[in-house]
Each structure stands twice: as C-alpha cells, then as structure tokens.
Design a protein around this ligand. Structure first.
Ligand SMILES: NC(=O)c1ccc[n+]([C@@H]2O[C@H](COP(=O)([O-])OP(=O)(O)OC[C@H]3O[C@@H](n4cnc5c(N)ncnc54)[C@H](OP(=O)(O)O)[C@@H]3O)[C@@H](O)[C@H]2O)c1
Length: 265
C-alpha cells in the first residue's frame, strides 16, 4: 500500500460546518451512518437542514438528532455483508424519494480477522467495502495478507468511481473517490496494538474526514470536469493513481463486479 504525503500532512479543509450553505430541500443517503465518518457528515448536513437517510444495520446506533435543525433524519436498513438484502434497501429508499443529491458510499470494515466472510462467502472487505456498495449504487483468493485485501477492496472503489464517471459522461453525475484521512474510529477495532499506536500518531479528529467528504460533495470548485477524480484529505482534487486510471482494468473490474451482483438486482 503506497502512502501519499497528503495522508500524513493533510491539506487544510476548505469546507466545514462553518461555511457550508443551507442544505434545505436536499436529500443525502449515507451508508454507515451508525458510526465514524458517516455519522460526522450526517451530523453536519443535518445541522444545515438537509434530509438525511441514515443507512445502517442498527437503528439504535443512528439516533443522534439535534433540535435546532429543520432537517430530517430517516433510518434506512442496510446490511452490507449480505447481497440478498441490498435490493430491498434500495427499493425502500426509492419508495420514499424521487431525488438523491449525494450518496456517500462510506460504510466499511478494515482488517477483520483472517477468514471473515460475508453471507455469500466473499472475503468480508471485498464484500462490504466494494461489492455491496457497487450493488447499492447500481441498482479465488489465496491467503494473502489482510491489509492487502483491504487495499484491494479500496482500489476497487477507485476503479468503480472512475469507471462510473466514464459510463455516465454528460448525465449530470459526478463520481469521485476519496481518501478521507486518518482517524481513530471503530474501523481500527481489529488493528494490532502496535500498529494502532503508530496510527494514532498520524490520525486526526474524525470530523476532518467529514470535511474531506464535504469538499467532494459540495465544493463549488468541484464540477463535471472533475468527474472520475480523486480527493485527498481534507479536501483537494488530485489525479487518481495512474494504475487505477487504466481503462482496460477498470472495465474488467466493473464487469467482474457486475457478474457478482447481477443475480441480486
Ligand atoms: N478512519 C480512517 O482513518 C480511514 C482512513 C481511510 C479511509 N477510511 C474509510 O472511510 C470509511 C469509513 O470509515 P470509518 O472510520 O467511519 O469506520 P467506522 O467508524 O468503523 O464506521 C464504519 C461504518 O460502516 C458500517 N458497517 C460495517 N460493516 C457493515 C455491514 N456489514 N453492514 C452495514 N454497515 C456496516 C458500520 O456499521 P456498524 O456500526 O453497524 O458496525 C459503521 O457505521 C471506510 O470506507 C474506510 O475504509 C477511513
């Protein structure tokens, strides 16, 4: 896994809860809203009166509304380690909404115990971080290191974002992959102690991860010209890694993922 300078020395966030304009009338769909960065961005958008679909597997963990908002927080059941459940979640959303301003595909797991699998038997990270969000958006592993598997699932996210951008040119959709930064959240629950101690030195307050996402979703400087770009922490457009811009690779990966999800559509 290569590390960019911006991961260690993040850029200053340009968009925060202080300068984000009112979000009344906008609809946001936030998988992973029960914790971490998703909860942070949900809280900011809600403060700004947005309508937020808190997509999570646990209703009780998403209840955190504040009074001073005219926004709305609505629970949406979303279980990402079982592909058979995704269609129903998407249908439930579509039954309630005809617009969607931003989908934050942000739920995820990292370095679970080796051998962890989804209900369909996919390695947990490729299933939860990549295949299930791919299915949600679209309505033979050898025993390699668990970090490699995490990196693979995340590289897959970039390939999907870039390929989605290519496939939707001119449709008014902007598809972006991002690195939010480093934050101690529930994500590190399986990280070995020594690694976690080092990670803590280079991590920041989780709200900054929301700032990275806010930049990607709301910055007036991010326009269709940036479709398929990559955003570094805490909000700067950078070209995606060269190998992840390979058109043949992203097409192949898209088609492989499509084969995996087709039977659940
Ligand atoms: N934190 C960092 O330093 C960092 C750095 C780079 C990238 N990221 C990326 O940022 C994203 C968010 O990370 P985070 O730090 O916010 O992690 P987090 O605090 O662990 O939150 C992850 C969220 O994903 C949900 N989730 C996990 N498995 C699920 C499943 N099977 N079905 C439904 N929901 C599930 C969790 O729900 P439960 O509460 O139900 O478990 C939780 O709400 C991830 O994609 C991660 O790879 C994070």
């Amino acid at each position: 896994m290569s590390v960019r300078w911006s991961t260690i020395f993040p850029n200053k966030p340009t968009l925060t809860e202080k300068n984000l304009p009112d979000q009344s009338g906008k609809v946001f769909l936030i998988p992973g809203a029960s914790g971490g960065l998703s909860k942070e961005i949900a809280s900011i958008l809600y403060q700004k009166n947005g309508k937020i679909y808190m997509a999570a597997r646990s209703r009780s963990k998403t209840n955190d509304p504040i009074d001073s908002s005219t926004g709305n927080m609505i629970f949406l059941s979303l279980v990402l380690d079982d592909l058979t459940t995704i269609k129903a979640s998407a249908s439930e959303f579509l039954a309630q909404e005809s617009r969607l301003d931003v989908l934050y595909n942000n739920a995820g797991v990292m370095v679970p115990p080796q051998g962890s699998k989804t209900v369909q038997g996919y390695e947990l990270q490729i299933g939860v971080n990549n295949l299930a969000p791919f299915l949600f958006t679209n309505m033979d592993y050898h025993e390699e290191g668990i970090w490699s598997k995490y990196s693979r699932s995340k590289a897959g996210n970039v390939l999907h974002a870039v390929e989605y951008a290519r496939r939707t040119i001119g449709e008014g959709i902007i598809s972006i992959a991002l690195n939010p930064g480093n934050f101690v959240t529930n994500l590190q629950q399986n990280m070995p102690r020594m690694q976690l101690a080092v990670f803590k030195i280079i991590s920041h307050a989780p709200k900054n991860g929301a700032y990275t996402q806010l930049f990607a979703s709301h910055s007036p400087t991010v326009t269709e010209k940036d479709n398929g770009c990559w955003v570094s922490p805490f909000g700067k457009v950078e070209p995606a890694r060269k190998d992840l811009l390979d058109t043949v690779l992203s097409k192949q990966y898209w088609e492989w993922a499509e084969e995996q999800i087709n039977k659940y559509k």
